[in-house]
Write a protein that binds this ligand. Structure first.
Ligand code: NA7
Length: 547
């Protein structure tokens, strides 16, 4: 009798082998793999549907800057054979269709619960189980808790007075509505010029009546050089899948691009220029990932290449004063995430597009009708906030994770994350952080590293189950060693000495004003080798036990 009564209430507590938080790429694949183990699994997802990044980021111009076919799941030959990407760098709607296709093909949806934001999760040492609380008040239990919450999912609005006062339409790019936004004839503001702002600006510039871009820090943007995939290319791509995935396992970021073995100063000036011209014409991240081997470590090499890109910007932007504003002065090329563009610089040649430097003339407030800077007042119909994320740890901070003894993860990571392999944290048994801090994933063509993370996690859970254990946990010593290793790997990189989301800086979040090393910088192959070594050694650095 009680069973019937309980089943009729939506607040029934259910017990699963594993709970996954997030139905993005990581959650989808983790669910697929745990199904193979015969685990009972529930995925909780805030959104009304699956897709994670590709569900939320519906803003105009959202698209890949990894080659589409390198980004897709690699676990199923049938899936690879049947799916056709239309462009070398597909747009968001296509990627979302793809993820839905994957979920439907493998019947994954039935274990996903949407409109279900996880607010808290706590570990019970008496039962070796996690209890997960949703914003609906529902509570569910599981032996294992897997976070698949993404590195860029905690969106942040700017801390500018009056943000709530604006009477027109306004959107953060991550919270873009499902219904189309009509830009025709509108006066539009875009705040933010990171990878997202760049994609929005170049896409809407030709559609709007007026576009005003509020730029705080310019970025080094380089051409995406996208194009449709021809039938012949489609055939070649599919025939080449095994070789391509084998190649992706060898490059530091799991891209088709790898650094040129030559140093910048080991070639003549003419050779150097020709090489850079070639890279500028090629598609994707080659210009960043396949540049001379010292471009991201030697300040002189970096400065020389930055000059090359600055010249390109000057050639493409007609007004020299605007070109100058668009050229970064405080960081070298590739030391922040490089936005990939199509028509970005040309957009500033359009007569109705204006660039405002908010370092020179700060935004003082958002008004009912627009934006007030220190020297002008602007009226707008639409304001787009492309102001980014509380990256890598922000999504963790938004959930009240409690480990052994009620310890809070947010408190533990207040001065920077401490992890083992970027996949666990001591004191938080039976919890795995896919794409977590100190993991190779956020410096990676992300699905490639997600597959590695998930495969490793799945093998661990199988081992724990098959050996009759109920608990695994990283040791404090292993965590301290890994966290130290993360710091050491970052020491020589220019990338870690610059303010950006990748170094944990966000002016819109309290406490995020100190640079931190949040990412594994040793490259995906070394990371994978280390994870494999830990597994081969019977999960060295971890304690496996039973109640
Ligand atoms: P980013 O790269 O963090 O960019 C955010 C942008 O918003 C950046 O230009 C910021 O300037 C600007 N910003 C943030 N707050 C303000 C305020 N208060 N005033 C003015 N300007 C502001 O986020 P994206 O979404 O573009 O990209 C994130 C990643 O998603 C990207 O790298 C891809 O991997 C996918 P700042 O540079 O801080 O001066």
């Amino acid at each position: 009798m009680p069973d019937v009564a309980i089943a009729e209430t939506s607040t029934q507590t259910r017990t699963f082998d594993a709970i996954i938080i997030g139905a993005g790429i990581a959650g989808i694949y983790q669910l697929y793999r745990l199904r193979e183990l015969g685990f009972s699994v529930r995925v909780f997802e805030t959104g009304t549907d699956l897709g994670g990044t590709w569900y939320w980021n519906r803003y105009p111009g959202a698209r890949f800057d990894s080659e589409s076919y390198t980004y897709a799941f690699s676990f199923s030959d049938d899936l690879l054979r049947d799916w056709n990407w239309s462009e070398h760098f597909a747009a968001q709607p296509e990627t979302l269709r793809y993820l839905n296709h994957v979920a439907d093909r493998f019947d994954l949806r039935r274990d996903m619960q949407f409109n279900s934001r996880v607010t808290a999760a706590s570990f019970d040492e008496a039962t070796d189980r996690w209890t997960v609380t949703l914003d609906t008040g529902e509570r569910h239990e599981a032996r294992f808790l897997i976070t698949a919450i993404g590195p860029l999912s905690a969106d942040t609005m700017p801390r500018i007075p009056g943000v709530g006062d604006f009477k027109g339409q306004s959107f953060h790019t991550y919270r873009w509505p499902k219904e189309p936004v009509d830009f025709a004839g509108k006066r539009v503001a875009v705040i933010g010029t990171g990878a997202t702002g760049v994609q929005v600006i170049q896409t809407i510039a030709p559609q709007v009546a007026q576009l005003t871009v509020f730029q705080r820090t310019p970025n080094w943007c380089t051409p995406l050089n996208n194009r449709p995939i021809s039938e012949e290319e489609q055939r070649q791509i599919k025939a080449n899948y095994p070789a391509m995935f084998a190649l992706l396992r060898t490059t530091p970021g799991c891209y088709v691009h790898d650094a040129d073995p030559r140093g910048t100063f080991e070639v003549t000036e003419a050779e150097r220029e020709a090489f850079w011209e070639q890279r500028y014409k090629e598609p994707g991240f080659g210009i960043w990932q396949a540049n001379f081997r010292d471009m991201l470590t030697d300040p002189k090499a970096n400065a020389l290449f930055s000059d090359f890109v600055a010249r390109k910007i000057r050639q493409r932007v007609k007004d020299p004063a605007v070109a100058d504003m668009l050229i970064p002065k405080c960081h070298g090329f590739g030391t922040r995430r490089v936005p990939q563009e199509t028509f970005y610089y040309e957009a500033f040649n359009l007569p109705h597009v204006k660039l405002v430097d908010v370092k020179a003339t700060p935004i003082e407030r958002i008004t009912e009708t627009g934006i007030q800077t220190s020297d002008a007042s602007f009226d707008f119909d639409i304001i787009v906030y492309a102001t980014g994320f509380d990256a890598i740890t922000g999504a963790f901070d938004r959930i009240d994770f409690r480990g052994r003894g009620g310890q809070s993860l947010k408190d533990k990571w207040r001065d920077g994350p401490r992890t083992y392999l970027g996949l666990q944290s001591a004191g938080f048994p039976n919890m795995l952080t896919i794409v977590g801090p100190h993991n190779a994933s956020t410096r990676c063509n992300i699905p490639r590293c997600i597959e590695q993370n998930v495969d490793w996690a799945t093998d661990l859970l199988r081992h724990v189950r098959d050996t009759g254990r109920t608990r695994f946990e990283a040791t404090e010593a292993a965590e301290a060693e890994w966290t130290q290793h993360i710091q050491e790997l970052a020491a020589d990189l220019l990338y870690t000495k610059i303010d950006s989301w990748a170094t944990g800086i966000n002016t819109n979040v309290d406490g995020k004003n100190v640079r931190r090393i949040l990412q594994y910088q040793g490259g995906a192959p070394a990371y994978r080798a280390k994870c494999d070594e830990v597994a081969t050694q019977g999960y060295a650095g971890m304690v496996l036990g039973r109640i």
